[in-house]
Design a protein around this ligand. Structure first.
Ligand SMILES: Cc1cc2nc3c(=O)[nH]c(=O)nc-3n(C[C@H](O)[C@H](O)[C@H](O)COP(=O)(O)OP(=O)(O)OC[C@H]3O[C@@H](n4cnc5c(N)ncnc54)[C@H](O)[C@@H]3O)c2cc1C
Length: 449
């Protein structure tokens, strides 16, 4: 018999409601309840996703136009990076080119995370998920060290067999109750704070790429939604004080600020275990990575598909499946960490203390080797579990000036003319796609009816 019949999810952000909707869709026999504190902030946050989110939407039956309307979202073809390798340099890190059928460019989205959580909540509740609004006061423990119930303010108690901790960076269940510590990435990724501010958009249509500009003590980021731009300055508080960072962010806005800037803190790293006893963490409760490569939604999704696999295992095989789950999550976080470190380690900037300090940092084990493999053989350092690669190493390496020593061996099978012809045909297909987008949408996104 399935050991988990009742599942309680603590936290109603992106992670909590993605988990609830996936469980309600794929594991309809389970009883699922989401517990969330009443929201304290009504200002949403613009976030970016890769193409993987479309897989999630297909799995739970979300219609794209409906999603874009509900989240004031727009398309995303990649990230434009400026001033990373040196001042004045600019490149695009695109979302891995074309779909295998060659007819559609790979794309993800830019959307409002708070609206997204509300949209998922409506769908999940229509599919039978229960919702309780209240603050966790205490996790009631079982004799084996697991959790038996969540004690909420107001006296309600919610019992379950499995608890999904989606309570954000404090991980109230996995870290707070079970005491699972974090592995800290700050020796490689020292940025630890960010100012966030929504602003009026200066151009008529949302830009199809988000923007990441390297600054004196970190990087500034801009995301285009249908109705506004979202700006942030993600910085190292050891290299820039908060007041100065705030001023720098405000000076960069391309339109009038729509709210007071908010200061948030972040610490890149992850829990040393993601699933312990009957508690599993997803989203920021599992770990946090600075949002340059926008990995958070993809990491939630990968966690969720691993979780669904564990749930569909026979009871006798679950202990092993949970160990594999922990290993896979750890490798995914390490992989995303390395992608981020590359942006800093390939930089030749030395114009501020931040960049001089970044230039002195050593690479983590394994990354130097992967870089060598890349340069020698254009062997993309794929994720060991073959399920984690969320974006192109090619674009990033090329942009960071990492030149290959030899070309893809497949190209040696072609004559020069054939290779050039294939390249030109690909350019033509992309140009036709861009024209089609212009024709069908007139440069505008589908708007709410
Ligand atoms: C500035 C910024 C930019 C980002 N950009 C991107 C991006 O471009 N792409 C990307 O993929 N990700 C991005 N992220 C990360 C992404 O927004 C989050 O990882 C994602 O939204 C998941 O959040 P979450 O659900 O884990 O946590 P949260 O959204 O923090 O949700 C936590 C939930 O727990 C509940 N809770 C907390 N305490 C209690 C309690 N005591 N009792 C009951 N409930 C409680 C809260 O009410 C809330 O519902 C960004 C993050 C930041 C800060």
């Amino acid at each position: 018999m399935q050991p988990y019949q009742r599942i309680a999810i603590l936290g109603g952000g992106t992670a909590g409601w993605m988990a609830a909707l996936a469980l309600a869709t794929r594991q309809g026999a389970l009883e699922v309840e989401v517990v969330e504190a009443a929201p304290t902030c009504t200002i949403g946050m613009g976030v970016a996703s890769g193409p993987e989110l479309r897989e999630f939407h297909r799995m739970v039956g979300i219609d794209e136009a409906d999603f874009l309307r509900a989240t004031l979202g727009s398309y995303r073809l990649g990230t434009e990076l400026r001033d990373w390798q040196q001042l004045g340099q600019r490149y695009f890190d695109m979302l891995a080119g074309m779909e295998p059928d060659g007819t559609t460019a790979q794309y993800g989205y830019q959307f409002d995370a708070q609206l997204y959580a509300g949209y998922l909540r409506r769908l999940a509740m229509l599919r039978g998920v229960h919702r309780s609004v209240g603050r966790l006061e205490q996790a009631i423990r079982r004799a084996d060290g697991g959790i038996s119930a969540l004690q909420l303010d107001g006296g309600r108690r919610i019992g379950a067999d499995l608890f999904i901790d989606c309570s954000g960076h404090d991980a109230l269940l996995l870290a707070g109750a079970l005491g699972v510590p974090s592995l800290d990435f700050s020796q490689w990724l020292p940025v630890d704070a960010l100012w966030l501010c929504p602003a009026e958009r200066s151009v008529a249509t949302p830009a199809p790429c988000n923007l990441a500009v390297a600054l004196e003590a970190g990087w500034a980021w801009q995301i285009s939604l249908q109705h506004r731009s979202e700006h942030a300055y993600v910085f190292s508080s050891r290299h820039c004080d908060a007041a100065e960072a705030r001023a720098r962010l405000l000076a960069r806005l391309d339109g009038a600020a729509l709210a007071e800037p908010r200061l948030l803190h972040l610490r890149s790293g992850h829990r040393i275990r993601f699933w312990l006893r009957n508690v599993v963490a997803l989203g920021q409760a599992a770990g946090q990575i600075e949002p340059l490569e926008a990995p958070a939604v993809m990491l939630i999704q990968r966690g969720l598909s691993g979780l669904l696999q564990v749930l569909s295992c026979p009871a006798a095989a679950q202990a092993g499946a949970i160990e594999r789950y922990n290993g896979t999550q750890e490798r995914l976080f390490r992989y995303e960490r390395d992608r981020l470190i590359l942006h800093y380690s390939r930089s030749m900037r030395r114009d501020s203390q931040f960049w001089r300090d970044m230039g002195k940092r050593t690479l983590p084990d394994g990354l130097a080797l992967r870089l060598q493999a890349w340069r020698a053989a254009r062997n993309p350092p794929r994720h060991d579990a073959a399920q984690g690669e969320s974006g192109g190493w090619s674009g990033m390496h090329a942009g960071a000036g990492c030149v290959l020593r030899r070309c893809d061996p497949l190209l040696l099978e072609l004559t020069r003319e054939e290779a050039l012809h294939a390249r030109d045909a690909r350019h033509l297909r992309l140009a036709a796609l861009m024209e089609q987008v212009q024709r069908e949408y007139g440069g505008q996104l589908p708007l709410p009816a």
